[in-house]
Design a protein around this ligand. Structure first.
Ligand SMILES: Cc1ncc(COP(=O)(O)O)c(C=O)c1O
Length: 382
């Protein structure tokens, strides 16, 4: 097929070609397992025990026969951890977003979305058929102007933002978003994929970070696949809203529920995070020390007191060649390029994780210092 070869060549020429790397023989510095919970002995034990009881798959969607005590217990745990009345499990974060957002806003409604929201939010907005207005990243003045001009022309309004932006590590300003929701009669949807287990003293998320309490017009989505170290996702809000999603969110209705053992493992991981709040503080301290070390070496790194530390290279070609050079040394640090980030904003997305030992970090720093493309100090800050 001619078109296929041409497409692939075009992707290659733009330095945007993607390929997977087997992780086993590499030292992974880009996972989202921030709190090192995915292979915690208690988590593994809980998963094995539940697997023996239930077997592997759930067997059906939650509305057929795929809803078990394990699912219910995890939803209740999430609801108490997030301090929100009710939570609903989804198969993944992608599924949670593409199911929930179109259930909340459709034709005749308005969605206001931050420019750097995750791809699953962008796809969800497209699916919704609502009018979507995108404001420049964290530019709330611009967002308010859009609301002032447009809100009155639409029935419902939904403001959508990541809590922690996945490729930059910066944090949405919750008080401003809540004020918009109040003043312009909007719902506020927050994607807590990278905030759950990270923001706030105990990792509860953006409300704890800003010392605020959940409010009825807020819908919190989060994943179990990052700091919780498992798989799957959840949406938390009022009991009525969750009842509505059970009836309306197509990716919930028409998709098999999570395996029970995964639910049990995720619940155990949340219990460990609650019991050991030092993990949250330690990963943030670690992120700060990695940031300082990389800055000393001469890299331009973004740091917002979260574990996401993008090493900015801007050029797609440079990002891919550094990532390959690191791979040769045994370091897994993938190049993040368009369309995950805007063109000319390529980076290596390094993350802080409690998985790293002192030796791992020394290995990372030495590998970065001995890259063939140094000196990098000449790389411009934007
Ligand atoms: C902000 C954000 N939302 C949603 C997702 C999707 O979550 P999942 O990987 O569970 O599908 C991700 C993960 O890549 C993410 O970073």
């Amino acid at each position: 097929m001619q078109w296929l070869e041409e497409e692939l060549r075009r992707i290659q020429e733009q330095h945007l070609f993607r390929k997977r790397k087997l992780r086993e023989s590499l030292k992974d510095f880009c996972s989202n397992d921030y709190l090192a919970l995915r292979d915690h002995p208690e988590v593994k034990e809980e998963v094995i025990k539940t697997l023996k009881d239930y077997g592997l798959g759930s067997g059906a969607s939650a509305l057929v026969s795929g809803y078990t005590k394990q699912h219910k217990a995890l939803e209740e745990k999430l609801s108490s951890f997030k301090e929100v009345p009710s939570c609903l499990l989804f198969g993944s974060g992608y599924l949670a977003n593409i199911g929930t957002i179109p259930a909340l806003a459709s034709e005749g409604d308005l969605i206001l979305s931050d420019q750097l929201n995750h791809a699953s939010i962008i796809d969800a907005c497209r699916l919704s058929k609502a009018k979507v207005l995108v404001f420049p990243h964290l530019d709330y003045q611009n967002a308010e102007e859009l609301l002032k001009e447009n809100r009155k022309h639409y029935r419902r309004c939904l403001i959508v933002s990541d809590s922690v932006f996945s490729m930059d590590g910066d944090v949405a300003h919750l008080p401003t978003l809540l004020r918009f929701a109040d003043e312009y009669d909007c719902m506020l949807f927050l994607d807590e994929a990278h905030a759950t287990g990270i923001l706030g003293q105990r990792g509860k998320g953006i409300f704890e970070e800003f010392n605020l309490k959940w409010q009825e017009r807020v819908i919190l989505m989060g994943t179990l696949s990052k700091a919780v170290g498992s798989y799957g996702a959840f949406v938390c809000s009022s009991e009525k809203l969750i009842e509505y999603l059970i009836n309306k969110a197509r990716s919930f209705i028409f998709s098999t529920s999570l395996p029970p053992a995964i639910c049990a493992g995720a619940k155990k991981a949340i219990e460990i995070a609650e019991r050991e709040p030092w993990r949250v503080q330690r990963v943030k301290n670690l992120a700060e020390s990695i940031y300082k070390e990389l800055s000393k070496i001469g890299f331009s790194v973004k740091f917002h007191h979260t574990p996401i530390l993008p090493i900015m290279l801007y050029s797609e070609e440079k990002a891919i060649s550094l990532s390959e050079a690191l791979f040769e040394k045994g370091v897994l640090l993938q190049a993040i390029r368009y369309p995950t980030v805007p063109k000319g904003e390529a980076r290596l997305r390094l993350t802080a994780s409690l998985r790293y030992t002192e030796e791992d970090l020394e290995f990372l720093y030495t590998s970065l210092k001995t890259l063939p493309h140094l000196p990098l100090t000449s790389l411009p800050f934007p």
